[in-house]
Ligand binder design. Structure first.
Ligand code: E4P
Length: 211
């Protein structure tokens, strides 16, 4: 399972990319708005840091607007993946864009049924939102596991991005459930590498050494 960073913060992306564990980045309108910067400029900087799929989301809600925005964003950089919201208009746009050779990430997916239709439309990526399902008492990771099984059984090439990740267990569970990618907020990525016993162990090694 590859690791993507779920942020539009360029400093965070630089830091985590330097650890050598990052394969891509996902953004969304909320994350871009949080940075208070120009969308294109931010995506351009991210593309300069990470050589992998970089998701940039459209804000149009109807097909023509999505197509227009997608084609424009695809010009920004060859690694830009167009993030399109799940729905009838979104699927229609995805099926056209993928035929044009533009890679799409269908976002806001909350059921295996939705993820199945995204694969039928030819989406390169699908993003089931695990944490937001957990928030309403529905086990989000089951959608990831079901999609992994469906795609495998029926030979779909769509890559599953486990999204809306809230803690390190989500990352472990996503890997076990068969997600191809987990897109993870910076705070959770930091926690992936930490363990109190590592700190205690290192302190002991160094104090023994110094004795
Ligand atoms: C995915 O691509 C989304 O940007 C993200 O994972 C949404 O997560 P949230 O539920 O924490 O907003």
């Amino acid at each position: 399972m590859k690791l993507f960073l779920d942020t539009a913060n360029v400093d965070d992306i630089k830091e985590i990319a330097a650890w050598g564990i990052l394969s891509g980045v996902t953004t969304n309108p909320s994350l871009i708005a949080r940075e208070g910067r120009d969308f294109r400029e931010v995506i351009g900087e991210i593309c300069d840091i990470v050589d992998g799929p970089i998701s940039a989301e459209v804000i149009s809600t109807e097909r023509e607007g999505m197509l227009r925005e997608a084609r424009e964003k695809a010009e920004w950089h060859e690694n830009v993946v167009i993030k399109i919201p799940m729905g009838k208009e979104g699927l229609a746009a995805v099926s056209i864009l993928e035929k044009e050779g533009l890679r799409c990430n269908v976002t806001l997916v909350f059921s295996a049924a939705q993820g199945y239709t995204a694969a039928l439309a030819g989406a390169s990526f699908v993003s089931p939102f695990v944490g937001r399902l957990d928030d309403i008492g529905i086990p989000g990771m089951e959608v990831v596991a079901d999609l992994a099984e469906i795609y495998d059984l029926h030979g779909f090439g769509t890559r599953i991005i486990a999204a809306s990740i809230r803690h390190t267990q989500h990352v472990e569970q996503a890997a076990l459930a068969g997600a191809h990618i987990a897109t993870v907020p910076t705070a959770v990525v930091r926690k992936l590498v930490e363990h109190p016993l590592t700190d205690i162990g290192l302190e002991k090694f160094l104090s023994d050494w110094n004795k």
